[in-house]
Design a protein around this ligand. Structure first.
Ligand code: F6P
Length: 321
C-alpha cells in the first residue's frame, strides 16, 4: 500500500512527532510512506518525498512541520480538486493521511468524492476547534507557550499596577483563551463562544480595584465579536477609567518544542491512522475522546460545534474575586 502524508493549514507543535509515528508504524506494517510537501498544494505540484524509518529521526522534539504546510488557493477550485484526485491516481497512491484543522477536513471530504483511495484525517491545530477529539495536536503546547508569556507580562502589570488585555490566537474559537485564563488567573476571558458584555467586564475590573487588587489582566481571544484586543481596549478604556495596555501574543504560541501531551497524542493518533488504513477504513478523522480512539466522519468535524468546557468557563468568575 502506498500512503501519502501531508500537513495542511497552520503548523502546530507535534506535527513532526505525528509524521514520525505514521512513517515508523507504517513501515513496521510494511507500507510505503511518501511525504507530500507544502500541504494540499504539494499534491498539485507533485512534491513527493519517499520516507524511510531514518528520514524521521531527530524530529520528535521539533515544532513546525518538516513537510512544510500551506493553505492552497488552487485546491479550493473544482479544477484543483479534480487535478489532485487525478495525480494521486496516476502516481499510484492507495491512501492519504492529512494532519490539519477544520479546513483540511473539509478538503479531505471533497477529495473522498473524487478519488477512490482511503483517506484519514488527524487533528493538528493549536485552535482545538476540530469536532471529534478532546484535544488537537499542538493545542497543549500553544497553551503552555501562552502561559509562559502571560506570566512574564504579569510582572510588568504587577510592578506598574496596570491593566492589560492579552490577546491569544484561535481564529473563531476561544479554547486557548479559556485555558490560559484559568491557568494564569485572568480577571475575565473574552471569547467568541459567549456574548461579551464590556460593561460587566469594566464593572468587574473597577470592583476588583476597590477590593484592593493592584493590577489586572484579561485574556481576549482574537476572534471575539467585539473585536481584537486593540479594539476592545479602545472600547474599555473609558469605562474602566484607566489606561489599558495591550499585548498580542501572536505566533510565539504556535512554535517551539511540543509538550509531553502533544508528543504522546501525536504518536498515538499517527499510529491509529495506520491501523485504520490496514483495517480498510476511510473518510474519517481519528481523534481521542476520554482517552479512547474516536472516529468521526469528515462532515461532522467542521459542521458540528465542539462543546466548550463549561466547568472551566464557570471557574473564571469565582477564581477572580
Ligand atoms: O489555525 C491556526 C491559526 O494559528 C489561528 O489561530 C490563526 O487565526 C491563524 O492560524 C493564523 O493564520 P496564518 O498563519 O495564515 O496567519
Amino acid at each position: 500500500m502506498k500512503v501519502g502524508v501531508l500537513t495542511s493549514g497552520g503548523d502546530s507543535p507535534g506535527m513532526n512527532a505525528c509524521i514520525r509515528a505514521i512513517v515508523r508504524v507504517g513501515i513496521f506494517h510494511e507500507l510505503e510512506i511518501v511525504g507530500i510537501k507544502g500541504g494540499l498544494q504539494g499534491i498539485l505540484d507533485k512534491k513527493f518525498q519517499p520516507f524511510e524509518a531514518r528520514s524521521v529521526g531527530n524530529i520528535i522534539h521539533r515544532g513546525g512541520t518538516i513537510l512544510t504546510t500551506g493553505r492552497s488557493k488552487e485546491y479550493r477550485t473544482e479544477a484543483g480538486q479534480k487535478k489532485a484526485a487525478r495525480i494521486l491516481k496516476e502516481e499510484g497512491f492507495d491512501a492519504l493521511i492529512a494532519i490539519g484543522g477544520n479546513g483540511t477536513m473539509r478538503a479531505l471530504e471533497i477529495l473522498g468524492d473524487l478519488w477512490d483511495g482511503q483517506i484519514i484525517g488527524l487533528p493538528g491545530t493549536i485552535d482545538n476547534d476540530v469536532y471529534g477529539t478532546d484535544f488537537s495536536i499542538g493545542f497543549d503546547t500553544a497553551v503552555n507557550n501562552a502561559i509562559e508569556a502571560v506570566d512574564k507580562i504579569r510582572d510588568t502589570a504587577q510592578s506598574f499596577d496596570r491593566f492589560f488585555l492579552i490577546e491569544t490566537m484561535g481564529r473563531d474559537r476561544g479554547e486557548i483563551a479559556l485555558h490560559v485564563g484559568i491557568c494564569c488567573g485572568a480577571e475575565a476571558i473574552v471569547i467568541p463562544e459567549t456574548p461579551t458584555d464590556l460593561d460587566a467586564i469594566a464593572d468587574h475590573i473597577i470592583a476588583g480595584r476597590e477590593r484592593g487588587k493592584t493590577f489586572a489582566f484579561i485574556i481576549v481571544a482574537e476572534g471575539d465579536e467585539e473585536g481584537d484586543a486593540m479594539e476592545i481596549s479602545k472600547k474599555l478604556s473609558g469605562r474602566v477609567r484607566e489606561n489599558c495596555r495591550v499585548s498580542v501574543l501572536g505566533y510565539i504560541q504556535r512554535g517551539g518544542s511540543p509538550s509531553r501531551q502533544d508528543r504522546i497524542l501525536a504518536s498515538k493518533l499517527g499510529s491509529y491512522a495506520i491501523e485504520c488504513l490496514t483495517a480498510g477504513k476511510s473518510g474519517i478523522l481519528v481523534g481521542e475522546i476520554d482517552g479512547e480512539v474516536a472516529e468521526t466522519e469528515f462532515a461532522d468535524t467542521y459542521s458540528k460545534q465542539k462543546p466548550l468546557n463549561e466547568t472551566l468557563l464557570k471557574l473564571v468568575d469565582p477564581l477572580s474575586i
